[in-house]
Design a protein around this ligand. Structure first.
Ligand SMILES: Cc1cc2nc3c(=O)[nH]c(=O)nc-3n(C[C@H](O)[C@H](O)[C@H](O)COP(=O)(O)OP(=O)(O)OC[C@H]3O[C@@H](n4cnc5c(N)ncnc54)[C@H](O)[C@@H]3O)c2cc1C
Length: 526
C-alpha cells in the first residue's frame, strides 16, 4: 500500500506550529499539522509579545482580533526588594515603527485558540489532533516518513513529507531524529507561576514589574481587563504545594494587592516551572528542521520565548515555500539556522542579563544592581533591546548582504508606516520580495522588478521611509518577504541584480490578506 504524501508535515500545533502552517498555507503549500491534543494546551504560559511579533500576527490576518484580546503595556520596571524603581524601560502604547504597540499582554491559550481558528480558514493546512508522533525515518525518494498513532484507539498511520518542521516543543522528537542536543547556557531556576482574576482595581503601574531581590525575585503584570500574573522565585526548600491557596500566597501578593480584600480575588492557577536557557546545537538535518521551543528555551524575563518561535516560523516559511515553488534554490534553507540561531542566542543572553539583575545574590548581585542597572544603556546588545525594544539585526548570510558601511539597515526590519490611502506598508508589500526606493527607476529596472514578481514601492524623500533610507545611507532597499532588509544601496542597479524571484501565492489559498498591487507609493510618485 502506498504511503500518502504531503509537501510539509508540521509536528506540533503550539504557537510556532500554528504560525508556520498558516504562513505556508498562505503561500499555497499543503501541510499536515499533527498534535497530541485536540484542544490548545490550557495552562497559561506566555503573556507578552512585542511589536515585531505583532507584525507577524498581522501577517496571519488576525491583527484586529489579537488587538481586541490583548492589552498594551507601558514597559518594564526593575524594582528593588522594597519596591523602589531601579530602572524603567518605557514602551509606546501607541503604534511603533512596526505599526503596533511595543509591549502587548495576553493570555496564551486564548491566543492559541485564535491561531487555530484562523488556521481552519486555510484548507491547505490540515490539523490532526489527538495523535502522537512516534517516529521519523527515511522514506522513499528523499522524503521523510512520519509515523503517528491515534491516541483514542492506537491505530498507527504513516505519511511521507518533502520537509518536516519540528515545532514539537521542549521534548522534541524531531530534535532526537536530527541528533541535536541542547547546549546549556547556564541557567536553571524553579519559579512559582500564579494567575489571578479580579475585577478590583489593583491601582498599579501598568507595565511589567520585575523585583530584583536575591532572596525572592518576582514578576508582576496585568495581562487583561481582570487577569493578573505573578511569578516568584522558589526557595530551595519550597514547592508549589506550599502555595496552594490565596491564604498561603497572601504574603507574596501583598505588595500589589494589599488594599484589596482576599474575597475579591479568584485564584486561577498556581504551578511551578523550571526556567532554563538552552539552545539546540543544530537546527536541521537534511529535510527536517527545528523551530520554537524545540530549538531554544529561554527564561521568560523579557517575554521572548514564544516570540522566538514565531520569528523562526516567519524566517523559514517563505524560504521553504520558495524552494517548493522552484523560485529559490534549496541552498537558501541553510540561511535559516545561520540567521535565527545567533538571534535566539542574543535574546536568551539578554533575558539572562535581566534574570541575573533580578536574582543574583551577594557582592556580585549588589554590583549588578548598583553599577550595571544604571548603565544598561552602555552595554552592547542591551541598549538595543531593553531600552528601545528593537531586535538585534540578523547576521550576514546569502540573504542578508551587509556592506561595511556604518549604521546600515541590512539585516534589520524595514519600518511599517502608514502610506497613501491610509494602509500600512506591509499590506502594500504583499508576501514576496519588494524594493523600497527614493530613486526614480529606469524603465528597465521597473520592468525587471515586475518580472521578478516583486513589489516596487516609491517613497518620498521626506517620508518616514525616505528618512529611514537616508539614516541608513541608502537610496534603495531590497526587502525580503519577512520584511528584513536583504541589501541596501545608493543605486537600484545593484539591488535589481540581487533580487530573487518571488514565490507567487496561489489566490485560492489566501485568507484575509489581499493581493497587493505591484507598484505602491507613499505621498508622491517620483
Ligand atoms: C511561565 C512561562 C511564562 C512565559 N512567558 C512568555 C512570554 O511572556 N512571552 C513569550 O514570548 N514566551 C513566554 N513563554 C514561553 C512560551 O510559552 C513558549 O516559548 C511557547 O509556548 C513555545 O511554543 P512552541 O509552539 O514552540 O512549543 P509548545 O507550546 O510546547 O507546543 C508544542 C506542541 O507540540 C505538541 N507535541 C509535542 N510532542 C508531540 C508528539 N510527539 N506528537 C504530537 N504532538 C506533539 C504539543 O502537544 C504542543 O501542542 C513562557 C513560558 C513559561 C513556562
Amino acid at each position: 500500500m502506498s504511503v500518502p504524501h504531503v509537501p510539509v508535515v508540521v509536528l506540533g500545533a503550539g504557537p510556532t506550529g500554528a504560525t508556520v502552517a498558516t504562513l505556508l498555507a498562505q503561500y499555497g503549500v499543503d501541510c499536515l499539522v499533527l498534535d497530541r491534543w485536540t484542544q490548545v494546551y490550557p495552562q497559561p504560559r506566555a503573556v507578552h509579545l512585542d511589536d515585531e511579533i505583532f507584525r507577524i500576527v498581522a501577517r496571519l490576518g488576525v491583527a484586529d482580533r489579537f488587538a481586541a484580546m490583548s492589552r498594551p503595556a507601558l514597559g518594564l520596571r526593575l524594582l528593588d526588594g522594597s519596591m523602589n524603581v531601579l530602572a524603567e524601560f518605557s514602551r509606546a502604547t501607541a503604534v511603533s515603527r512596526n505599526g503596533f504597540p511595543q509591549a502587548n499582554m495576553f493570555d496564551q491559550p486564548e491566543f492559541e485558540e485564535l491561531l487555530r481558528a484562523n488556521l481552519r480558514d486555510y484548507p491547505r493546512a490540515e490539523l490532526r489532533g489527538n495523535v502522537e508522533v512516534t517516529n521519523l525515518s527515511d522514506g522513499s525518494s528523499d522524503r521523510i516518513r512520519v509515523t503517528y498513532s491515534d491516541r483514542s484507539n492506537g491505530t498507527e498511520s504513516t505519511v511521507e513529507a518533502d520537509y518536516v518542521l519540528g515545532c514539537d516543543g521542549a521534548n522534541s522528537i524531531a530534535r532526537r531524529w536530527i541528533e541535536s542536543s541542547m547546549d546549556d547556557l547556564g541557567f536553571e531556576q524553579r519559579w512559582l507561576v500564579v494567575d489571578v482574576a479580579t475585577s478590583a482595581d489593583l491601582d498599579q503601574w501598568e507595565g511589567v514589574h520585575q523585583v530584583c531581590d536575591p532572596h525572592r525575585a518576582a514578576t508582576y503584570m496585568r495581562i487583561g481587563e481582570s487577569r493578573y500574573r505573578w511569578e516568584f522565585q522558589l526557595l530551595d526548600s519550597e514547592t508549589a504545594g506550599d502555595y496552594a491557596d490565596l491564604d498561603a500566597l497572601a504574603p507574596l501578593l501583598r505588595p500589589w494587592v494589599g488594599r484589596v480584600s482576599a474575597d475579591a480575588l479568584t485564584l486561577m492557577r498556581v504551578t511551578e516551572y523550571t526556567f532554563r536557557a538552552q539552545l539546540a546545537d543544530r537546527w536541521r538535518r537534511g529535510r527536517v528542521f527545528l523551530l520554537g521551543d524545540a530549538a531554544h528555551l529561554t527564561p521568560p524575563f523579557i517575554g521572548q520565548g514564544m516570540g522566538a518561535g514565531i520569528r523562526d516560523a516567519m524566517n523559514l516559511a517563505w524560504k521553504l515555500s520558495g524552494v517548493l515553488a522552484g523560485t529559490l534554490s534549496s541552498d537558501v534553507l541553510d540561511t535559516y539556522e545561520q540567521e535565527r540561531k545567533p538571534h535566539a542566542r542574543k535574546m536568551i543572553r539578554l533575558a539572562l542579563g535581566v534574570g541575573r539583575c533580578m536574582t543574583s545574590g551577594g557582592d556580585v548581585g549588589n554590583l549588578i544592581r548598583r553599577v550595571v542597572l544604571p548603565t544598561l544603556h552602555r552595554l552592547p546588545g542591551v541598549n538595543a533591546r531593553v531600552l528601545d525594544g528593537e531586535t538585534p539585526p540578523l547576521p550576514r548570510s546569502a540573504l542578508v548582504r551587509k556592506s561595511r558601511a556604518p549604521r546600515q539597515i541590512a539585516g534589520k526590519l524595514c519600518p511599517n508606516p502608514l502610506i497613501t490611502g491610509g494602509t500600512r506598508l506591509d499590506s502594500a508589500l504583499g508576501s514576496g520580495f519588494s524594493v523600497i526606493t527614493v530613486n526614480t527607476p529606469s524603465p528597465g529596472e521597473r520592468a525587471w522588478i515586475e518580472q521578478r514578481g516583486a513589489v516596487l514601492h516609491l517613497a518620498a524623500a521626506d517620508s518616514e521611509l525616505g528618512q529611514w533610507l537616508r539614516r541608513g545611507r541608502a537610496h534603495a532597499a531590497l526587502v525580503r518577504p519577512d520584511r528584513t532588509v536583504m541589501k541596501a544601496d545608493k543605486g537600484l542597479g545593484a539591488l535589481c541584480g540581487a533580487l530573487p524571484l518571488s514565490a507567487t501565492p496561489q489566490p485560492a489559498s489566501l485568507g484575509a490578506p489581499s493581493t497587493p498591487s505591484r507598484v505602491g507609493a507613499d505621498e508622491r510618485r517620483p
